[in-house]
Design a binder for this molecule. Sequence first.
Ligand code: PLP
Ligand code: COI
Length: 341
Amino acid sequence: MSKKEIDWSNIGFGYVQTDKRYVSNYKDGKWDEGGLTEEANVVLNECAGVLQYAQTVFEGLKAYRTEDGHIVTFRPDLNASRMADSARRLEMPVFPEDRFIKAVEQVVAANADYVPPYGSGATLYIRPYMFGTNPVIGVKPADEYQFRVFATPVGPYFKGGAKPITIRVCDFDRAAPHGTGHIKAGLNYAMSLHAIVDAHQQGYDENMYLDSATRTKVEETGGANFIFITKDNKLVTPKSDTILPSITRRSLVYVAKEYLGMEVEEREVLFEEVKEFAECGLCGTAAVISPVGKVVDHGKEICFPSGMEEMGPVTKKLYDTLTGIQMGHIKAPESWIKVIK
Ligand code: PLP
Ligand code: COI
């Protein structure tokens, strides 16, 4: 799709090929110089590590057009360090964090025309990722890897944007204790595909995963962490070693405390407590904050008082403050915003 044809206010969360992407290869124990390319296709040996044993990790962040016309990214240093953690867990070489940040910057600058206009509701989604490229047939890590970053303009992750969604408690597990739930590995998403297709077939927008050891605690969804608001306006968010450490969630905790003066509890959240909360939301780069209106547990409905029409009032304040910081009309904490141009 040519950028001229994009109806920014009506795009969904999908892939649109942009002009340039970044590629660097790892061979003989080191990363090459890397650089931008127009080639969007990847050619791999049939036995590449990623194809056989799913040795791949990724990240997701966004570039925003600010009110005063700049293009910025939000906390890319945290994506760089999380990707390093993910790589280490899958026995992959770390792509240096400073180079990760520079590669993101280069890709955004090279595709600046695809950064949606301020106020359109759309953003440029950036996808850094890396994977094992050389033939691997015995189960072991690859010796050669490719790191890439591409960008694609996106709209809301859930159709309907800020309209509350309905989710179900999922009978499938997402992450095992001591497994890989805390990293951003493709394998975590592959194994969630059956659960999400099944949820959609049953009429639900997403899955609420519980901890797989006891099935009593709230974990996260397939692509976002949870936030809950108590009836006395506290922010409660699940703490678990088997969920992804969401950058959005960590930022919201700070925003709630420091900007909105709220009390915050990061702790285990029992599913039993969910019915007591006033508001519920999913938070993540793609999800931003997507309000949840209803959770269905095997036919039993939990309807939050905030209802199915709009975001609850406290969620809305958090949403407005976070997006205000990202779009540049609320002053950001030191080092959160990286100006690209
Ligand atoms: N949880 C999962 C499983 C995710 O895939 C994501 C998306 O990155 C998140 C949470 C949210 O993380 P972040 O806010 O860093 O995008
Ligand atoms: C993100 O929010 O960046 C993610 O990777 C989530 C994914 C489900 C799109």
